[in-house]
Design a protein around this ligand. Structure first.
Ligand code: ZN
Length: 205
């Protein structure tokens, strides 16, 4: 549990979607598209800081204000490389093709970074509380958590991952209910409009 809420960093314009998917999917969905143009929601320290802040309640790792204030270019590269490897592995699973062994190695390396454990605090109000202590920086702990979440996602038989079928969308979602075809209602509307358009154009083309 985060001991206090860090202040909101500056939100990027048309930033990456947060659709309430499992954390690993939210992470790979930082590679997204706006009106057909691909975007990187972890493009720089500002974007990464915002994303971590927006997801802070979903990490076990505490992300104190001090950590979020010092996100740098090397952190960006670490998260981007992990995200891209995780994305390719999810793509390999959903399209049933062989994964790149380098991506598996990258994921497993990141998963081994975290070394944290719960510690007991006794608050001034007389109540016991749990916090996390660790040997790594919180940002490496977060990368480890994302790697662990990706392993669960890829190996859990009951999780059905699908790429969104809407035109121009590059997001993944967990298919639940089982017939869902789109990542969001907005994509569903766009896909239905595109189908309607192509059906009505077909005879004259
Ligand atoms: Zn979509």
């Amino acid at each position: 549990m985060t001991p206090h809420t860090p202040p909101a960093p500056h939100a990027p314009a048309e930033g990456p979607p947060l659709l309430g998917e499992p954390l690993a999917l939210e992470f790979v969905n930082t590679h997204y598209a706006v009106r057909g143009a691909l975007r990187d929601g972890l493009a720089g320290p500002g974007e990464l800081t915002w994303w971590l802040w927006a997801c802070r309640e979903r990490f076990t790792t505490d992300l104190p204000e001090e950590t979020l204030r010092h996100v740098g270019p090397a952190d960006v590269v670490g998260f981007q490389q992990l995200r891209d490897a995780a994305r390719r592995l999810i793509d390999a699973r959903t399209h049933e093709h062989a994964p790149d062994q380098r991506d598996i190695a990258q994921l497993n390396r990141a998963g081994g970074l975290g070394r944290s454990w719960p510690v007991l605090l006794w608050n001034a109000d007389g109540r016991p509380a749990a916090a996390r202590a660790g040997t790594c920086s919180p940002l490496l702990e977060c990368q480890a958590e994302l790697a662990h979440s990706t392993v669960t996602l890829l190996t859990c038989e009951s999780i059905d991952i699908k790429p969104c079928l809407a035109p121009g969308c590059v997001l993944y979602f967990e298919r639940n209910p089982p017939r869902r075809e789109w990542c969001s209602p907005g994509c569903g509307n766009r896909a239905r409009a595109a189908r309607h358009y192509s059906r009505h154009r077909a005879p004259s083309d």
